[in-house]
Design a protein around this ligand. Sequence first.
Ligand code: SF4
Length: 357
Amino acid sequence: MLTSTSITKTIENNGKLTPEIALEMITEMPSQELFTLANEVRIRLHPEKTISYVVDRNINYSNICTSVCTFCAFYRKPGSADGYVLSHEEIFHKVEEMISIGGSGVLMQGGLHPDLPFEYYETLLRELKSRYKIYLHCFSPPEIDNFSKIYKMSVEEVLVKLKAAGLNSIPGGGGEILVDEIRRRRRTECNAQEWLYVMEVAHNLGIPTTATMTFGMGETIEHRIEHLERLYQLQEKTNGFIAFIPWTLQPDNTPLWKKYPDRVSGEEYLRWFALARIYLQNIKNHQVSWLTQGLDVGRKALHYGANDIGSTMIEENVISKAGANHKATEEMLREVIISEGFTPVKRNAGYHPLAIG
Ligand code: SF4
């Protein structure tokens, strides 16, 4: 058994855990030791006693999707009576509501629509930028990959056009577990290499992205560690991930519900959060997912490696349909941060501070 002293030395010497050490830590290390190590990494990377958060709005422009991921309760097949595509005017109205309560941008994602014209996306970004000057954190890798396939453009061409239209950064949605054995079982359309490739091209074009991990969908501990390793390796190459956000499967109303009705517990989430903070020291910001775990777990994570508590989520349509019903206002997030002894920092989706205190 490794001691926390020898692991601390490993971390300080080369900043990198091996998958073998990570496996030993997650299976054998007492929680308090793991949490303390993660907190030490957080303090080293973020010595200031601040915790950041963002006020923005999730906008899901369409739920029509050609993929049939077994963990998803959001999508509707093309032709479905419940399918929708928001008009640009409807999206502008949502943005105006977001701005009126002090928001700085949108996180915009949708299903893999088979035939919306590319102009829908390009014009939308251009209009949002010129009308409102907001931060645009839009289109996860499976969507970019889908654009590339249906419009017969390379991933680079797609991203160059979207960046020119105003795209600031890309959310890490669709990362799930970056192991194809799991992705095939979950019927995820975009494979691990395609997801990583979109991220690599984005980083090389100067488009920052976030990285995510969704766990509790039948993967093994080794699969989770492989996911962390793949993110680590890409970050070493590009340094384009601005944040890591792990969350847990919300199975309600999905085909996975019968198989995995139990959610990952708060304790297990926090152990993995701490391990990821130690493993992914090359990604500066680690955000706790209060949306899937609740504010009590969010509060604890601030002492176990988190330096960010995420978004107020003015609107959330994807995970909430699968059973994540936690809610928080800006005041609630600030109260949690302050009561845990930190100073709140309001930021945009690019992790640039907007107001401190
Ligand atoms: S997770 Fe995304 S890609 Fe998969 S079915 Fe749902 S909307 Fe489609």
